[in-house]
Design a protein. Structure first.
Length: 151
């Protein structure tokens, strides 16, 4: 049933909605482990999931980058306009109405997101311990010993 055209289309659509494998399996009426096995055994099922998730993945990446770099957004803000007039025989008349103005607001970069993006895009420059994979710990120890001996 899930390997025919309609079944694969449903799986792809659910994946596009951002459902996890556990939620996909639930919608399909099977356990998560069964879905994992099916994805390995039947490539068309795995492809339907991947194809459905591709646009969601791109949207998530774009949102992450946007948060990392900051952005400007236009918002409509309401404000009250008051008009006071004098009419013969009525005296002073006040009229109020709500109008909207568009305002640009800058949303600054989120430093924790920026750090996350940099660590993943450029681990050679942004890892927590630069050079740890190339004997960085030993180099650090030597520098500390030398510094202590100079005191």
């Amino acid at each position: 049933m899930w390997r025919d055209e309609d079944g694969l289309l449903r799986i792809e659509g659910w994946a596009r909605e951002g459902l996890t494998d556990a939620r996909l399996a639930e919608r399909m009426g099977v356990g998560a482990s069964t879905l994992r096995r099916w994805k390995k055994r039947f490539p068309e099922i795995g492809e339907a999931v991947s194809k459905g998730r591709a646009p969601v993945d791109v949207q998530a990446e774009n949102a992450l980058l946007k948060a990392a770099l900051g952005y400007t957004v236009k918002v409509k803000k309401p404000f009250k306009v008051k008009r006071v007039t004098t009419r013969p025989g009525e005296g002073r008349v006040e009229e109020e109405r709500i109008e909207y103005a568009e305002e640009e607001i800058h949303v600054p970069p989120k430093s924790n997101v920026l750090l996350f993006v940099n660590k993943n895009l450029r681990p050679d420059r942004w890892r927590d311990r630069p050079g740890a994979d190339e004997g960085g710990d030993e180099v650090l120890e030597e520098v500390l010993k030398k510094w202590e001996s100079e005191e």
